[in-house]
Design a protein around this ligand. Structure first.
Ligand SMILES: Nc1ncnc2c1ncn2[C@@H]1O[C@H](COP(=O)(O)OP(=O)(O)O)[C@@H](O)[C@H]1O
Ligand SMILES: [Mg+2]
Length: 490
């Protein structure tokens, strides 16, 4: 076990807390028991002293004189075992003693004598008589407001101290023993609790970009560790997914570039086979230029997407007049539409819709969408562009809802009467390199990156893009852009 390991720290804390707990509990037990035992001794001494005092000062008493043991037995039928009794006169001279004192006498301290003369009781512990410690009460007997006698009773503390010593011995042995067991138990518990973490570490160590399909087997019980494992597995899934996408993307990209290169190579090789006329060379070069343009378009698009992925492109957002921009684009694209005998029209429900955005990128977005409409619509069809503001219903009980500030957006719909997109392809058209009909799209100069770029532009403006389409009838691309105030934008 490493000293820096979680296992060691957990065990250490566990043992430390248990140790503090056990030691405080033991001390509490020892001191309360000691106090209670000593109080018991004192109480017994005091009640016996009170009894003797009242008996000896009573005028009807048979306490009389002479041997104190006999006197106690005859007057009170009392045989105090293990108690040493002596009675002194008011100035401290020994009067009568119990037999068990023989020729010794109980010591009386100056302090006790002083207290007694004031009528106060004194308890003292004395260790000067033999080996056994004695607890002595010095009890003044008061008659007619005068101290006439002093009763002293002593009791051995041997039993009390024996009991306390035994307890001390038991505790001093069992507490460290319990702590030793706690160390083992703590280690076991920490080991058991942290075992799944080791499993995670091992699996994580094995995972590379080559085997991202590996998962950690989650335990059956749901707890913090299982949640960690779930989260970890989800993270690997996401990594797996993005790695797959990256692989797919690079294979698609190289494939896409390979076709024009092959064509280029073929054309050049064929042309070089023999002497050609200047017209023939011109023809080849023209065709070459087409492929070069296509490649440069693809490379340019790829560059935009990869920069967008890494967040390298900064949008130049400013207040722009969307209506104006759309009208300009439509005027430009009309030439293209007319050449294909298509009808391009717009309907603006609002004059001068302003949004906060990057004019250049938004231009690219709408050109892409209208171009697609033109590309995928047969001669004689039409393309229609609608611009409308939308207001969400006001939220009840939301006092800070101010009309014109929250949740408003502008909707731009580019719809055509073209070939349409099958249901199962509608989600995929925004994927990179996706084309419903590769040959046809290529013929038209498309590489399948246009809509991916559109999606990125819309999302960079906190908007949404979706498509509604029916095969053979036409498609509508719907773009929603927020009308938020510049302050709310980044
Ligand atoms: N207006 C449309 N009508 C029918 N299909 C469309 C339309 N716009 C896009 N598509 C389909 O979505 C695919 C992806 O579009 P896009 O990303 O712009 O690529 P490209 O135009 O280069 O083919 C197109 O190849 C086409 O199959
Ligand atoms: Mg396109």
């Amino acid at each position: 076990m490493h000293f820096g390991s979680l296992r060691f720290k957990l065990t250490l804390w566990y043992v430390l807390i248990l140790g503090i707990l056990l030691i405080s509990f033991s001390s509490f037990l020892y001191f309360t028991l000691s106090k209670s035992l000593h109080r018991d001794v004192d109480n017994k001494l005091r009640s016996l002293a009170e009894l003797i005092a009242s008996e000896s000062s009573s005028p009807l008493s048979k306490f009389g004189f002479g041997n104190i043991d006999q006197a106690l037995e005859t007057s009170m039928n009392l045989k105090p075992i293990g108690k040493f009794i002596q009675v002194l006169d008011e100035s401290g001279n020994i009067g009568r003693k119990s037999d068990n004192l023989k020729n010794v006498q109980l010591p009386i301290s100056l302090n006790a004598l002083k207290n007694a003369s004031k009528g106060l009781i004194t308890f003292e512990t004395n260790r000067s008589l033999g080996n056994t410690p004695l607890r002595i009460i010095t009890f003044p007997v008061i008659e007619n407001n005068h101290v006439t006698k002093i009763v002293q009773i002593a009791s051995s503390l041997e039993e009390v101290e024996d009991a306390l010593n035994k307890l001390f011995l038991i505790l001093i042995i069992t507490v460290p023993l319990a702590l030793m067991v706690a160390i083992l138990g703590g280690q076991f518990l920490a080991h058991k609790a942290l075992k799944p973490v080791d499993n995670i570490t091992q699996t994580a160590r094995m995972i590379t970009s080559q085997n991202l399909n590996q998962r950690i087997i989650p335990p059956k019980v749901k707890d913090e560790i299982s949640r960690l494992i779930e989260t970890f597995n989800e993270m690997i899934s996401r990594l797996d997914q993005s790695f797959r996408q990256i692989k797919q993307f690079s294979s698609d990209a190289s494939h896409e570039l390979k076709t024009p290169l092959t064509i280029l190579k073929g054309e050049v090789e064929v042309t070089l086979r023999k002497q050609r006329t200047p017209q023939e060379y011109q023809q080849t070069l023209k065709s070459n230029l087409e492929e070069i343009n296509r490649m440069s378009q693809i490379v340019g698009d790829l560059l935009i997407l990869s920069k967008a992925d890494t967040g390298e492109i900064r949008l130049n957002k400013e207040d722009i007049n969307l209506t104006e921009i759309l009208n300009e684009i439509v005027a430009q694209m009309d030439v293209l539409a007319q050449s294909k005998k298509l009808h391009l029209s717009t309907s603006n429900h609002h004059q001068d819709v302003h949004i906060f955005g990057d004019a250049l990128r938004l231009r690219e977005l709408f050109i892409n969408l209208i171009e697609n409409g033109i590309k995928y619509t047969e001669e004689g069809g039409s393309i229609h562009i609608t611009l409308q503001k939308e207001y969400p219903p006001p939220v009840k009980n939301q006092s800070n809802w101010v009309e014109g500030e929250r949740g408003e957006f502008v909707k731009i719909i580019v719809s055509d009467t073209g070939i349409g997109i099958a249901k199962e392809d509608q989600e995929k058209v925004f994927n990179r390199f996706f084309r419903v009909d590769k040959a046809r799209s290529r013929e038209q100069g498309g590489s399948g990156l246009g809509l991916s770029i559109c999606k990125w532009i819309v999302e960079a403006h906190q908007g949404e893009i979706k498509v509604e389409s029916e095969l053979g009838k036409g498609s509508s691309f719907i773009v929603k852009l927020p009308l938020s105030s510049p302050l709310m934008m980044n």
